[in-house]
Design a protein around this ligand. Structure first.
Ligand code: NA7
Length: 534
């Protein structure tokens, strides 16, 4: 590879979350010169920013971790079944220190523009501070849920109290003691934070546009016996996860709900509810394929809500009516029971949206709810938001924002036609958010870095996805998305939470094994679907 004399970089990586950290480590090991540009003051990405009370991963800690280094996975000790944000952040920091990564990460550096120079085959990245970095390759490791979404309610800035977004929480924490608090939104972030905010606040008012299904986490300290058993053969657990559509090692039921008796349905759902977590959707194999089958799982959860929540009116408001698992299932600790507290009020805004934020609070249906603090748990401009915040310009000055006007298009979720030498980790078109993110990140990083190694071996320094390969991948994505119930509701998977965002099912839903097989096949065939040159 040609090194730029000014910056001497082969690869510039944007983002120091789990993707950027491993990318840097692996590139170094291969002898490439790489630097990471990171907007935050520390590593961890999602886990650096999302510091709201109760923030946890909804994948078990023993599986939500790197596997590229056996000593790391053997030595690191998770304390709970589902790790908290501080513990995951500590893990990211440990990885950065263990592999001495920080010396090649520029913190507090937000990238504003990335431009491809066709003649020189190089990318130039500009930062908000006006610095420039050039490199042969640019890897966007900017995350899927990293660009927060705050609805533009009328009067939003007139509020006199404190305002927070779950995805951008103050590092020093927030004390809600004695305060009247509003939480807007009932997605995963709200569902995790509401029980803890309710314990502190004088009064909590939750504004719910769409109720969500959530399954108890049954979180607990990790059983040392289980940890010992896993660590005795960690590769076996990892390999099992990789055989699963969602990249998580678990036991899905191979039988359809449609053929189960009412007793069998109840037994299986009770068992999964008692186990807790996302694997609830593995209760039967047709839950995401057949509406009638899905309805049996949905009705079971509604039954649980009605059992837990004492006030029948509140319970009904909390009961979702849409397909279960269409939006990402939530995993909670004491969420529904929180509505039994005398200091918690649920306001259903499904029929009457928030009219305005006033100096005193939130106004809905002509009623003003006076509060001291507003928590926006309103989610993210998912998958494309962080990429499009950067003004990315490819061949002929083509802007990614223009290319993706009708929705994101990519080849394998890794590369984009018209944007040579640019790669995205967990980009739209990759299975990313539908899988256990860590193994998916590792697969992407290994595929991309192997590609760089292959180019070097072949004396090449230019690679671009062809429009035909991209079209075929986008078509295949749409086709598989159409086969499941997952694309049928208004979720962030289809960009529905951001007004004006084109409705496209963004992640690849064909499953982790099928995706890996396709990526491997492309590489084995000399990077089929890519144009390669020097
Ligand atoms: P989500 O899951 O996108 O949830 C955002 C919530 O905010 C959701 O309940 C939305 O209601 C609500 N929302 C968004 N805009 C508005 C407006 N304008 N008015 C009222 N309510 C609104 O984000 P999270 O941060 O909770 O979780 C993101 C992912 O992180 C999650 O899936 C896990 O993978 C981890 P809506 O449902 O759109 O009606």
């Amino acid at each position: 590879l040609q090194a730029d004399p000014a910056t001497d970089l082969d690869v510039v990586i944007v983002g120091a979350g789990f993707a950027g950290l491993y990318m840097l480590h692996r590139l170094r090991g291969m002898g490439f010169r790489a630097t990471v540009l990171e907007a935050g003051s520390g590593v961890g990405g999602t886990w650096y920013w999302n510091r709201y009370p109760g923030a946890r991963c909804d994948i078990e800690s023993i599986q939500y971790s790197y596997q590229f280094d056996d000593a790391l996975q053997q030595e690191w000790e998770w304390s709970e079944r589902y790790a908290t944000q501080p513990e995951i952040l500590a893990y990211a920091e440990h990885v950065a220190d263990r592999f001495d990564l920080r010396r090649d990460i520029r913190f507090d550096t937000r990238v504003s523009k990335a431009t491809y120079d066709e003649a020189g085959h190089r990318w130039t990245l500009e930062t908000e501070a006006g610095d420039r970095v050039t490199a042969t390759f640019c890897v966007m490791a900017t995350g899927c849920l990293s660009s927060s979404n705050t609805p533009d309610f009328p009067g939003r800035d007139s509020f006199r109290g404190a305002t927070y977004h779950t995805g951008n929480w103050p590092h020093e924490g927030v004390d809600f003691t004695g305060k009247r608090v509003a939480v807007i939104g009932t997605g995963s972030s709200a569902i995790q934070s509401i029980p803890l905010i309710a314990e502190q606040a004088a009064h909590l008012t939750v504004f719910q546009r769409t109720p969500n299904y959530t399954i108890p986490a049954h979180n607990a300290p990790l059983d040392p016996e289980r940890v010992r058993a896993v660590k005795a053969d960690y590769p076996a657990l990892r390999a099992w996860g990789k055989r699963m559509v969602n990249g998580i090692a678990f036991h899905p039921n191979v039988h359809p709900a449609k053929e189960a008796s009412p007793e069998e349905l109840k037994r299986e759902y009770e068992k999964r509810w008692a186990e807790g977590g996302l694997t609830f959707m593995g209760a039967f194999n047709d839950l995401m394929l057949d509406e009638a089958a899905n309805a049996t799982a949905a009705e079971f959860v509604r039954g649980k809500i009605r059992e837990i929540v004492k006030d029948p009116e509140t319970a009904e408001k909390l009961c979702p009516t849409n397909v279960i698992g269409c939006k990402r299932l939530c995993v909670d600790t004491g969420y529904y029971a929180t509505y039994n507290r005398p200091n918690v009020t649920l306001v259903d805004i499904s029929g009457s949206p928030i009219e305005a934020i006033t100096p005193n609070g939130v106004k809905v249906g002509g009623i003003e709810y006076a509060v001291d603090a507003i928590v926006y748990a309103t989610g993210f401009d998912a998958m494309t938001g962080a990429l499009l915040k950067v003004d990315i310009r490819g061949k002929g000055g083509l802007r990614l924002r223009d290319k993706w006007k009708e929705g994101p298009r990519s080849y394998l979720g890794l590369a984009i036609a018209g944007f040579p030498n640019l790669f995205t980790v967990t980009g739209p078109g990759s299975p990313s958010v539908l899988t256990n993110m860590l193994p998916t990140i590792e697969q992407h990083v290994e595929w991309i870095t192997d590609c760089f190694g292959w180019l070097r071996e072949h004396g090449q320094d230019r690679i671009e996805a062809s429009a035909a390969a991209e079209d075929a991948w986008v078509g295949h994505n749409a086709e598989v998305a159409g086969t499941t119930l997952r694309s049928t509701c208004s979720s962030w998977y289809v960009g529905a939470n951001v007004p004006g965002k084109p409705r496209v099912f963004m992640p690849y839903i064909g499953g982790f094994p099928a995706y890996v097989a396709r990526c491997d096949e492309v590489a084995a065939n000399g990077y089929e679907g890519f144009a390669v040159g020097a």
